[in-house]
Design a protein around this ligand. Structure first.
Ligand code: FE2
Length: 326
């Protein structure tokens, strides 16, 4: 356990041991040197290289017990790290801006599960780092489970080598149908207006083209076709392959049915086999860690290495905010 001037590593029962004493996620609490948000801000700036080395090893850092009590404080924390903000253009999660570079994590109904995903893995401008903040801890449920993506790649490849070989060769093509109104009853069913952050179809066309997405208009409804895009990424820093794709995104976690707006197929047009999908979802669940949120928690996630989701909220309230970085 490391204790520095500002940060001390703590243990939680939910953490997983990975290898060589590395835990997932790392959990840091403040020393007495951090008594207010300004001190936390200074500590982040002073210890940024060390914090980044912890992130590199553990892929997620949960900051627990720090004096972060408002969206503004959270914005200060994110800015202290100094990463540029990632644009949400092309994102499918309905979000509302709160302050600065802070948004609601997802406006969809809290009782619905959000399947595991890398943030915006279906577009080329995905964020590389994510911050979540617990402004209001859940009554019960509503955890944000996290899972190491390289372990999912290894497990799926072991069980379905042929499928993974095809996946690596052909990538994935995603087709999404979007209307002009957000459907807030679904977990990721934004309108094309929200997805591309404009009401102007011409601007939509330009922004889609930049993301390599082809559009087919059917009146006010549009079919967005992206890919084929690589479904497996190689993380050079860690020398591992990751399960960087949106394969399980369109599955409604609770009833295991697919939503009716998203279609994902292999880049050569072949369908994704059901048994591989089912195993994949099981591995994600088995390998995941879910730490119940506490007020003031900040979770710092390496989006290249980690998939996250949302468990259904059993007892309200719950307010989790998000900020995405390039
Ligand atoms: Fe997400």
């Amino acid at each position: 356990m490391v204790t520095g001037k500002f940060f001390r590593e703590v243990e939680l029962t939910e953490q997983k041991s990975v290898t060589d004493g590395v835990v997932f996620p790392a959990v840091l609490s403040p020393t007495t040197a951090i008594s207010n948000i300004g001190a936390f801000e200074e500590a982040i700036k002073a210890e940024k290289p060390w914090l980044e080395s912890v992130l590199k090893k553990s892929s997620v850092i949960l900051f627990r017990g720090f004096p972060v009590s408002s969206p503004c404080d959270f914005n200060t924390v994110v800015e202290a790290f100094g990463y540029p903000e990632a644009p949400n253009v092309g994102g499918r999660a309905p979000r509302v801006k709160v302050v600065g570079r802070v948004y609601t994590a997802n406006e969809s109904p809290m009782h619905k599960r959000i399947p595991f995903h890398h943030e915006m893995s279906y577009v080329p401008n995905f964020p590389s780092k994510l911050f979540f903040f617990c402004e209001e801890e859940p009554g019960e449920g509503g955890e944000t489970p996290i899972v190491l993506s390289d372990s999912i790649y290894v497990k799926v490849k072991e069980k379905h080598p042929q499928f993974v070989m095809k996946l690596e060769k052909h990538g994935l093509k995603t087709t999404i149908i979007a209307g002009d109104e957000d459907d807030l009853s679904a977990v990721a069913n934004s309108s094309w207006k929200s997805t591309y952050m404009t009401n102007d179809k011409k601007v939509v066309e330009e922004r889609a083209a930049k993301l390599g997405t082809k559009l087919e208009w059917m009146g006010n409804v549009v079919k967005m076709i992206t890919g084929p895009m690589p479904a497996i990424k190689f993380d050079k820093e860690r020398q591992v392959k990751t399960w960087f794709n949106n394969l399980t995104s369109p599955v409604n976690g609770d009833d295991k049915t697919f939503d009716n707006v998203t279609c994902i197929q292999l880049g050569n047009g072949e369908l994704v086999p059901n048994d591989a999908m089912e195993d994949c979802m099981r591995f994600l669940e088995e390998e995941s860690v879910a730490i119940p949120w506490k007020n003031g928690d900040v979770m710092f996630i390496d989006n290249l290495m980690v998939l996250h989701g949302r468990r259904p909220l059993l007892i309200p309230p719950r307010r989790i905010l998000a900020s995405l970085c390039k």
